[in-house]
Write a protein that binds this ligand. Sequence first.
Ligand code: NAI
Ligand code: MG
Length: 353
Amino acid sequence: MKDFTIKLIPGDGIGVDVIREGRKVMEALAEKHGGIRFRFDTLPWSCQYYLETGRMMPEDGLKILADCDSILLGAVGFPGVPDHVSLRDLLLPIRVNFDEYVNLRPVKLLKGLSSPIKNENIDFVVIRENSEGEYCGKGEFSSVGTPEEKAVQNSVFTRKGTERIIRYAYEYALKTNKTKVMSATKSNALNYSMVFWDKIFAEIKEQYPQMESSQMHIDALAGYFIMHPERLEVVVASNLFGDILTDLGSAMLGSIGISPSANLNPEGKYPSMFEPIHGSAPDIAGKGIANPVGTFWAIAMMLEHLKLNEEARLLMQAMEKVLAEGVIRTPDIGGSSKTEEVTEAVISAICAL
Ligand code: NAI
Ligand code: MG
């Protein structure tokens, strides 16, 4: 029997629902395999935890997470706790301190789903920088309460941080037999950070002459996502740009509830973290109708990371089978099923495959 320790952070709102369902799917996969076991440790870190303790996670939170095989997170954030507190005191410290500098986000139209855009030839990945950039958290408020009141929000782009994410994008393209890498920039307006980003992109692309390299300003690229998704293969973007582009990407797949996100520490020195890209959706929390597909897909990425490739494939196949049948689906993608019903259907498909 091979054991895997998985730390679960359901978080808030629908995060709790989708992680509960994700766990059921993993247990079904382990049972089918017979030789693997997932040891789950569920952590209560959330906005509720913050209201009770004054912290989003305990002081030694990172130590608690450090020795696991992977982290699976639902979503954090809920009315009553400012969003910048919940994000900056839980999610971002994990990404940064565990050096999960790659945020890998596939944008692929699954079988059985239809896109709100006409061109359904959608199958690319966004590789988002995940450790610095616009989300470095540096800046200041000054002259508060006076007519000169001011907020300054800084970005930090280091050579190390920029080089490694762009290089990762090219290596990922090579590994997955892709031929094109597109860099998201905005160096016309951001005359330090994005000029620097472009300079490093230009240096690294020289090292991959077999690849077709191009760059586009983020505003034009957002339009390009809609007009020509078929021309995209690998998109590399800074922290903020990648964040925005991937919500757009998920909407192109029919719902923000569909897309997964892998926060990777490629060197394997620290655990990697997997999550759906959506938030805690307070507007539908407690209704039992959250789409669990983004979480199931994130689990498939986690299984691949754990070298359980057969289980990852099985889960994706089961999910696509249920979606293609078109009967069991949550309201965000045009159905009327409950979250739990989707899980049951996916588990039945796993057993049948
Ligand atoms: P959101 O992703 O939670 O919701 C946006 C819209 O999409 C809502 O109408 C929601 O009902 C719908 N939606 C989201 N996930 C869905 C799912 N699985 N199935 C069906 N419908 C779904 O984004 P929003 O409203 O901007 O943020 C809500 C809270 O979540 C905030 O506190 C925010 O800070 C937090 N958040 C947390 C993230 C994380 O933990 N990684 C990411 C984004 C937001
Ligand atoms: Mg986002």
